[in-house]
Design a protein around this ligand. Structure first.
Ligand SMILES: [Zn+2]
Ligand SMILES: [Zn+2]
Length: 127
C-alpha cells in the first residue's frame, strides 16, 4: 500500500496530502529559503507533483525569484511549499508542515556554501 502523508498550515485553512516515498529530503541553507521561512535553514521533502494534492483550501504564492513559486497560507502565514521550473513536476514541502515529520530525516544538504557558521551539519559518514 502506498504511504499517504498529510499536513497543513498552522491555522488549518490549507491542508495537503502526498503519496509514496519522497524523492529527496534535504536541508537547504540558501538565503532565499532563510528569508522565506525565517529559519536558519530549512528541511525540504520533495514529491512528484502528481502524487500531491491540496485537500483543504489552497495556498497563496510568492515568486521569490523568476520561475519560483513559494506557497504559504494567506491566513496564518505558514510557509508550505516550493516549486520551480528547475525541478518541474516536483513539489517540495517544508518538513514542519507535515503532521508526522519524524519520519523525514534529512539525507542531503543544499547550498552548504551559504550555511551559517553555527548551523549544524549532517554527518558525512551517514548517507
Ligand atoms: Zn493557515
Ligand atoms: Zn533554499
Amino acid at each position: 500500500m502506498t504511504a499517504q502523508h498529510q499536513g497543513g498550515c498552522q491555522c488549518g485553512a490549507v491542508r495537503f496530502s502526498a503519496a509514496g516515498d519522497p524523492k529527496f529530503i534535504s536541508n537547504c541553507h540558501c538565503l532565499s529559503c532563510r528569508k522565506a521561512t525565517g529559519a536558519a535553514y530549512s528541511t525540504w521533502v520533495g514529491f512528484k507533483k502528481q502524487n500531491t494534492q491540496w485537500t483543504r483550501g489552497t495556498p497563496a504564492f510568492f515568486a521569490s525569484s523568476a520561475e519560483v513559486a513559494r506557497g504559504y497560507c494567506r491566513d496564518c502565514g505558514t510557509p508550505l511549499t516550493f516549486a520551480s521550473e528547475q525541478w518541474a513536476g516536483e513539489l517540495h514541502f517544508l518538513v514542519g508542515a507535515f503532521d508526522h515529520p519524524e519520519a523525514f530525516a534529512p539525507r542531503t544538504e543544499a547550498f552548504i556554501e551559504d550555511a551559517l557558521s553555527w548551523a549544524p551539519r549532517l554527518q558525512k559518514d551517514k548517507t
